[in-house]
Design a binder for this molecule. Structure first.
Ligand SMILES: N=c1c2ncn([C@@H]3O[C@H](COP(=O)(O)OP(=O)(O)OP(=O)(O)O)[C@@H](O)[C@H]3O)c2ncn1[C@@H]1O[C@H](COP(=O)(O)O)[C@@H](O)[C@H]1O
Length: 105
């Protein structure tokens, strides 16, 4: 899983050098950050609607769209998926320590 996110992050970084209109991501960068934020808002709404709808395939599709557009935002800000992975890992480590402390007390 880390690998596909890392490879996608590299493609998103490389698209910064692409001509506007040459690809979906290049076009989104050219429209500016507000356009990326708008897509994130739309995909978040579509995720909620898919969850209410109850179709698991549609839910996975919409969450993939949501993750994808958040990765585009990160890349636009000069960041890669590894920064979010590191933050989640840090939290997981903290919660692991808390659980261990509770067990040991
Ligand atoms: N993973 C994705 C990906 N997920 C979703 N999307 C696009 O995100 C958009 C989702 O928007 P919507 O659901 O609103 O669908 P839509 O109505 O077609 O989109 P809009 O016209 O409203 O923008 C669609 O156009 C999808 O094609 C993606 N576009 C690209 N990628 C990956 O990003 C890489 C770079 O993409 P390109 O720059 O297009 O080569 C590719 O190799 C892919 O791996």
């Amino acid at each position: 899983m880390d690998d596909v996110l890392a490879r996608l992050g590299e493609v998103l970084e490389a698209r910064k050098g692409a001509e506007a209109g040459s690809s979906y991501v290049a076009s989104l960068y050219a429209k500016g950050e507000d356009a990326i934020l708008k897509k994130i808002g739309e995909e978040a709404t579509e995720t909620v609607m898919a969850a209410k709808d109850g179709d698991p395939e549609r839910l996975v599709h919409e969450i993939a769209d949501l993750w994808f557009h958040t990765l585009v935002l990160l890349a636009h800000r000069g960041l890669g998926p590894e920064v979010v992975a590191a933050e989640l890992e840090r939290r997981f480590g903290l919660s692991g320590l808390t659980e261990k402390a509770n067990r040991d007390s």
